[in-house]
Design a protein around this ligand. Sequence first.
Ligand code: PAF
Length: 282
Amino acid sequence: MKLIKDPQGMHSFSLKAKYRGKTIGFVPTMGYLHEGHLSLVEAARGKSDVVIVSIFVNPLQFGANEDFDRYPRDFNHDKKQLQNFDVDVLFIPSRDDIYQESHRTFVDVEGLSKRLCGISRPALFRGVTTILAKFFNIVSPDFVFMGEKDFQQLLIVRQMVRDLNLPVEVIGLPTVREFDGLAMSSRNKYLSPKERQNAAVLCQALNLGRQEIEKGERDKHKLLLRLRSLVGTIPSIRLDYLVMVDPDTLAEKKDLNGRTLLALAAYFGKTRLIDNILVEAK
Ligand code: PAF
């Protein structure tokens, strides 16, 4: 596995690979890798000739009072994990190489970025789309692999790729979960043992929603109340949102027919976790 720090070096590596007719699969990450990330790397390995993983904790997608400084980092552990997956390049640019002082250009996907997580984290998606637009130019991937745990992020990146005619195919992969259903996330590390135990209720609520819709429940408000009261059995959890929305537009659904995205975000102390599940009513 080759380590590349300099964006220009990364770009010329990619151009050479393309010139030799190779396809490039790209997995952008912020590091502190877990099995969810590794499932993306595995998929990239299966579909592309050259696999490039980036680790960059992107300051632009954190708000002023968010966890940029304390976001977990463990580069040596990440590097070791990636060595098991036959990754060709680990791209680790510095903040200064990516955002020079003169940086003034941002990519913003309107509408979708203002919903769900965009309400309590207004800087998030502008930061994500700006860094990914830059990375797509630097890395020139044919495929980019991203997790469905960040469903809204995936949707927004797909929209950006369409709107800007970026020559990359966005491939979404299923959420990887812990033994009790908790969605894997680098932020799970922040949880105390008690919070970690309680966090399973998030996935339990989503599963209850799915079961009820599959059994024929079509009263959205009644179902939301049931899910909220299940989450409420853990009084220390503060729900940010719990919604049933159209999975293409993220607009509130009027009924529960067809496809519905059940999505939530919740705080355990300062730690904010998200999860979602896609349900199809038969
Ligand atoms: O999902 C993430 O880890 C980040 O938002 C991403 C896509 C690597 C952009 O910084």
